[in-house]
Structures are given as structure tokens and as C-alpha cells.
Design a binder for this molecule. Structure first.
Ligand code: NOJ
Ligand code: MG
Length: 581
């Protein structure tokens, strides 16, 4: 009797479930688009001074639209003496003069809005510039600004010489402490001398940075990429008898003692307090969303363990960044990796991220050798297939759509502090980030169409005459054309809502399946210059024939060609997107 009464409820519940599970989740703008990183200094120079600028970017927004990108994130364009090319900010509320004016910035956001492109800025909260008004006032003895920074007394050694307070090292080599006569103390700089660290144990600093966030949100930006955020806090020295303790040696092999990697950064990185500052910024972003309904995003730049990286997503009911950058495809794999290595690197983020959050895929940026150089130019299409068709948000560093490679920058032309501080004209290349920052390649004209200047801030990479936008636009098949096709395909419901499974089909061939409501796609990437015949029926529900939807430029196959799933021939480095049914 009871069962009979319950029956209608059970049926209703089941139906309800079936309906909800079948309903596509409404995706927000940031979940389905591609984020394209622009390094302003190197993208397009509008005024012929050899340095990229905001008007240059504005003039190229149609290109961004053309390749299917819906959001750009700009490396810092704020006032800066450029000791670290904009990551040393002297005025967080102003546009850097070499890059233009606030009016130029407004013109950029206006044009972007017309084209439906969101603009995300780089927030650099960890440090300012030694030429900032804040630091200058600190030197003059202004107490408020003195407390913006991290000061410590010198240690006087047995010979009576002044020494830094402890062994902490700068990311760019040598002590992280710099002495200032005016104050009679050392200040902390985890990056170059010109980047004094801000003191996040001071509520005034926290408030100031929140103000910076609001200032740019008021000017229409859709969010922030947050720089070096895991460096915000140093250990609380009060827990260590009032002195910052030395960091232990890391034991890294072949690393000199002035190299940042020689220490294990247990006191200067990944401190627990950091996450709560990030969650507070998210509240500010959500406050703006509450005004107009537009979600503002945060992407955090953290190279750390996966367990620490996912903490930026949030905790309990505190929300954090939508995109804690996933750098596994930069740090864990390269051209020498096997298909299994790639599978493991991809599965890592998917395994650790909270189920209700999105993954994101980053293969390059202005701090790492370019994707085409790390993986080899033959894999450009395969890697773009991976990052644009995996579940989650795709991130592209400018030029990856073309397969731009690192440029050669001689010791004389080297400007990156990470290279210069080696003082090593032979081995500087291992540290310098200039090669991935060489000017964008638009066409075969002077300076690759980047600038009309006689000298550009970094030399243009060799080979630009044939490796540029214009050539790839005109070609019937090119990395650019494939990228455009991938950008369009990723909007398909299978890629937006579908499930995911990956396999290393053998040592060399990585493949994944995306499926949704009976539709199935496969992406197959041959990582080696070796022919293979692969059996795709190792994937569940894959049988019969597969049809070529997109193929890498070296593929001899045509769109629409059919092959038996049990025996797909692959040429060396060939990458394919296939439709099963
Ligand atoms: C990370 C940035 O991406 C890098 O370019 C910069 O040098 C450091 N943070 C310091 O801001
Ligand atoms: Mg210029």
C-alpha cells in the first residue's frame, strides 16, 4: 500500500533528475571564450618609437576578433621605470607614457566593447617600484608609506661589516634585501632591486590594492590576471622571535648559491594568509557583478604544487579565482615528453580541481620559452588542438596561433633583468626571457610590420618574412587557419558540455575523446616524427569509421576522409580532430 502511494513521487523524482541532468549548464562568457595574452611592449607600435603601445593594440583588435578570441589580458601597461618591463609599477593609477594615455586606454576598451572583446588587466600586488611615490615618501620618513614596505635591520658581521638580515634570495639572483642609507635599513625585494615588496600585514596596503582593483573596474575592465600572488606574504616574524628566519637549502643540483632555486621558499611563498586576500578581491569583483550582471574574472599566476594552486579557487563558501592558472603544460612536459607524460600532465589539473570549477590550459607566456620552441614547430597544431578542445578555458600567448618561435637576442641586446643579472655573456640565454618577448610578426615588411622604427626595443626574430600573420592568412592551410577553425569548433556543445577521457595509445600518440548526447569527437596527436597505425577502439563506444574534421598542416588527409577506427594511419607529428558519430 505504502509503495503505491510513493510511486508517483519516485517517478516525479526520477523525471526531475533526468531533466536536470540533461539540461545544459548555462555557461558564462569567460567559460567558453579564449583568453589571449598581449605583451603590450611587443604587439604593435603605433608611433614608431620601436615600442608597442595601446593604440597599437587597439588597431589590431579586429585581428583578435578574426581569430575567434573573446578576451585579451594585457601584461602591465601602468606607469613604470621598466626595470622589469612594467612589473615594477610606479603609479598603479596611470598609463605608462611610452604606451599612451588614459584616453588611449579608454579608446581601447571602447573599441574592444564594440567588437565584443573583454579586456583583462594585470594586477601586480606583490611589489611596487622604488620610483613610486609610495617608496619615495617612505625614504623621506613618511610613516604611513614606510609601513607599506618590509624593512629590516642589518646584521653586523664579525668584521664589523653590514650584511643583509638573512639569506633570502631575489628571483633574479642575489640577496632579496637592499640597504637604504636614508632609512638605515634593508628593504625586501623578491624580484629586482627596483621592485620593493609591499607589506600585506599592513591593512593600509590591503586597502590600497583593493582601491587599485576598484579604480580599473570602474574603467570597464572585465577582471585581472594577478601577478606573483603566492609571494604576497612572508612568514610572520613574530612567530620566529621577531626575526625573519633563513630559508633552508633546496638541494637543487647544478644551481649556484645566489640562484633563487638554491633555497626552499618555505617562508616567502604560499603562506596561508594569501588565499584570504584573494577571496577578498573576489568579493570586490562580485560587488561589480551585482551592479550590472557581468562576471568579472580573476586568473592567478602561481607556480606551486597542484594542491596549493587549487586553493585559489576558494574555500567553503568563500569564492576565489575562476582561473588559477594551470601551468602543467609549461612546467611538466615538452618536446621530449611521451604521450603518457602528456596524459599525466593533463589529468593532473582535472584530478585536483574541485568538480564544480573549470579547468584552464596555458602553454605559454612572456616568462617562458614559446610553445613552438618548447614543443617544436611540428607540434603547434597538435598543442593548439589540445588546449582549445579540452574541457575548460583556453589561454593563448600572442603568437601561439601562428607558431611563433623564440627570437635570438644577443648578450648586447639583452634587456631582461633575469638575463642581465647573470653577468654571463655565454649562458645568459638559459635565464633571459627576451626570446619569448621579441616583436609580434604581422607581415614581411620592415620589423615584421611591428614598428616603423629603425631599432625596436628587442630585435625581430629571424624568419619573420615567411612566419607572419599575412602569409598565414593568405595560405590555404596554416597554423592560423587551423586555430580559427579550432576556435569555432570549441563552441560546439560537445566541447562546451561534453565529457572527457584521455588515452596514451602508445608511447607517441596521445588522444582524447569528448562526447555529449550521442555525439563523439576524438582528438589524436602524434608527438613524434614516426608513423603509426593506431586503434581507436580502445576508447569505449568507438567503433566503425571515424571522419576527419580538422587536421594539422602536415597532414595529407582531407576533411571528410573516413578511416576505420580500429586502424587509423598517422604520419609523423600528424594531429587530427575526428568525428565518430
Ligand atoms: C611574474 C611576471 O609574469 C614576470 O614577468 C615578473 O618578472 C614577475 N612576476 C615579477 O612581477
Ligand atoms: Mg610606440
Amino acid at each position: 500500500m505504502k509503495a503505491v502511494y510513493l510511486l508517483p513521487f519516485v517517478v516525479a523524482l526520477c523525471l526531475g533528475n533526468a531533466i536536470t541532468s540533461r539540461k545544459e549548464k548555462d555557461l558564462e562568457w569567460w567559460e567558453s571564450t579564449i583568453f589571449y595574452q598581449i605583451y603590450p611592449r611587443s604587439f604593435a607600435d603605433s608611433d614608431g618609437d620601436g615600442i608597442g603601445d595601446l593604440n597599437g593594440i587597439t588597431s589590431k583588435l579586429e585581428y583578435i576578433k578574426e581569430i575567434g578570441v573573446g578576451a585579451i589580458w594585457l601584461s602591465p601597461m601602468f606607469q613604470s621605470p621598466m626595470y622589469d618591463f612594467g612589473y615594477d609599477i610606479s603609479d598603479f593609477y596611470a598609463v605608462h607614457d611610452e604606451y599612451g594615455t588614459m584616453e588611449d586606454f579608454e579608446a581601447l576598451t571602447k573599441r574592444a566593447e564594440e567588437l565584443g572583446i573583454k579586456v583583462v588587466l594585470d594586477l601586480v600586488p606583490n611589489h611596487s617600484s622604488n620610483e613610486s611615490e609610495w617608496f619615495q615618501k617612505a625614504l623621506e620618513g613618511d610613516e604611513k608609506y614606510y609601513n607599506y614596505f618590509v624593512w629590516e635591520d642589518a646584521i653586523i658581521d664579525e668584521d664589523g661589516n653590514r650584511q643583509p638580515p638573512n639569506n633570502w634570495l631575489s628571483h633574479f639572483r642575489g640577496s632579496a634585501w637592499e640597504y637604504r642609507e636614508e632609512v638605515g635599513k634593508y628593504y625586501l625585494h623578491q624580484f629586482v632591486v627596483g621592485q620593493p615588496d609591499l607589506n600585506y600585514r599592513n591593512p593600509d596596503v590591503v586597502a590600497e590594492m583593493e582601491n587599485v582593483v576598484r579604480f580599473w573596474l570602474e574603467r570597464g575592465v572585465a577582471g585581472f590576471r594577478v601577478d606573483a600572488v603566492n609571494c604576497l606574504f612572508e612568514v610572520d616574524k613574530n612567530l620566529h622571535g621577531g626575526q625573519y628566519p633563513d630559508e633552508p637549502l633546496s638541494g637543487a643540483v647544478g644551481v649556484s648559491l645566489d640562484d633563487h632555486d638554491s633555497l626552499d621558499h618555505i617562508y616567502t611563498k604560499n603562506q596561508n594568509e594569501t588565499y584570504y586576500v584573494v577571496y577578498d578581491w573576489r568579493d570586490v569583483l562580485d560587488e561589480f557583478k551585482a551592479r550590472d550582471g557581468l562576471t568579472r574574472v580573476m586568473m592567478t599566476e602561481v607556480y606551486a604544487s597542484i594542491q596549493d594552486v587549487v586553493k585559489y579557487f576558494g574555500e567553503g563558501d568563500r569564492k576565489g579565482a575562476q582561473m588559477p592558472f594551470n601551468f602543467d603544460l609549461i612546467t611538466d612536459v615538452d618536446a621530449s615528453s611521451s604521450a603518457g607524460d602528456i596524459k599525466r600532465a593533463i589529468d593532473k589539473f582535472l584530478t585536483y580541481k574541485p568538480l564544480d570549477k573549470d579547468a584552464n590550459w596555458v602553454v605559454g607566456n612572456h616568462d617562458n620559452s614559446r610553445m613552438a620552441t618548447r614543443y617544436g614547430s611540428s607540434l603547434v597544431d597538435g598543442i593548439n588542438m589540445i588546449i582549445l578542445l579540452l574541457p575548460g578555458v583556453g589561454v593563448t600567448y600572442m603568437g601561439e596561433e601562428l607558431g611563433l618561435v623564440d627570437g635570438y637576442v644577443s648578450w648586447e641586446d639583452t634587456v631582461d633583468p633575469s638575463g642581465c643579472n647573470t653577468n654571463d655573456p655565454i649562458n645568459y640565454g638559459k635565464w633571459s626571457r627576451d626570446p619569448e618577448r621579441t616583436p609580434f610578426q604581422w607581415n614581411a615588411e620592415k620589423n615584421a610590420g611591428f614598428s616603423t622604427a629603425d631599432k625596436t626595443w628587442l630585435p625581430v626574430a629571424e624568419g619573420y618574412e615567411t612566419l607572419n600573420v599575412e602569409v598565414q592568412r593568405a595560405a590555404e592551410r596554416s597554423h592560423l587557419k587551423l586555430y580559427q577553425a579550432l576556435a569555432a569548433l570549441r563552441q560546439d556543445r560537445v566541447f562546451r558540455h561534453g565529457r572527457f577521457e584521455s588515452l596514451a595509445l602508445n608511447q607517441d600518440v596521445f588522444a582524447f575523446r569528448r562526447w555529449y548526447k550521442g555525439e563523439v569527437y576524438l582528438v589524436v596527436v602524434n608527438m613524434r616524427d614516426v608513423e603509426h597505425d593506431v586503434n581507436l577502439t580502445y576508447f569505449e563506444n568507438v567503433s566503425g569509421d571515424v571522419k576527419v574534421v580538422l587536421r594539422s598542416i602536415q597532414s595529407q588527409k582531407n576533411e571528410g576522409d573516413k578511416f576505420p577506427a580500429a586502424s587509423l594511419p598517422l604520419a609523423g607529428f600528424e594531429s587530427l580532430v575526428l568525428k565518430v558519430k
